[in-house]
Design a binder for this molecule. Structure first.
Ligand SMILES: [Zn+2]
Ligand SMILES: [Zn+2]
Length: 152
C-alpha cells in the first residue's frame, strides 16, 4: 500500500486491514498473519522534506515454535515511529515500513509451551507427541557397563 501525500496539508490518517492475501511479508520474517492485522496511524508533515510516520499493528501473528516448529499464535500490538524523508513524488511506501516494524519486533524465541520437547535431531519425530529410539542405543549406556562389556 502506497500513500501519496503530495496534496496533504499537514496530516494524513490511515486505518486499514492487511492479510496474507493482500500483503506481501518479507521473506526473512518467520511469522504469518492470522486472519487480518489492523494498521492504524498517521503521516505528519514536518519541516522541509521531513515526515513523521507513526502507526500500530494489531492482531494475531502465527510464529513457528523455536523447538518443534508447531504454530504458535501470538497476539501482537507493535508500534512504529520514525522520521522519514519525503520522496520527490510524495509517495510513502507504507508496506516497507510495515515489514520493518514486523521484522524489528519479531521475537527472538517463541515456544508452544515452556517445556516443549522439540524435534528429535536425528529422525525429526515431534517428541511432544511421540518418542523414538534414536538416543537409547548410543548415549545411554552406563560407562561401567561398557567396561564390563569390553572384558567379555
Ligand atoms: Zn514446541
Ligand atoms: Zn529420533
Amino acid at each position: 500500500m502506497d500513500i501519496n501525500i503530495k496534496d496533504t496539508k499537514r496530516k494524513y490518517h490511515f486505518d486499514f486491514q492487511i492479510s496474507n492475501d493482500n500483503f506481501q511479508l518479507d521473506e526473512g520474517f518467520s511469522g504469518r498473519i492470522k486472519d487480518t492485522l489492523s494498521v492504524h496511524g498517521k503521516i505528519e508533515k514536518l519541516v522541509e522534506n521531513k515526515l513523521l510516520l507513526k502507526f500500530s499493528l494489531e492482531g494475531t501473528i502465527i510464529y513457528p515454535c523455536s523447538r518443534c516448529l508447531e504454530d504458535v499464535p501470538e497476539e501482537i500490538n507493535y508500534h512504529f515511529r520514525e522520521e522519514i524523508e519525503q520522496n520527490n513524488d510524495g509517495v510513502v511506501p507504507l508496506n516497507e515500513y510495515i515489514n520493518d516494524c514486523l521484522y524489528i519486533n519479531e521475537p527472538y524465541k517463541v515456544l508452544c509451551r515452556e517445556d516443549c520437547l522439540g524435534l528429535c535431531p536425528i529422525c525429526g519425530t515431534n517428541l511432544n507427541y511421540n518418542s523414538c529410539n534414536c538416543h537409547e542405543e548410543e548415549d545411554e549406556i552406563d560407562p561401567r557397563l561398557e567396561k564390563l562389556r569390553n572384558l567379555i
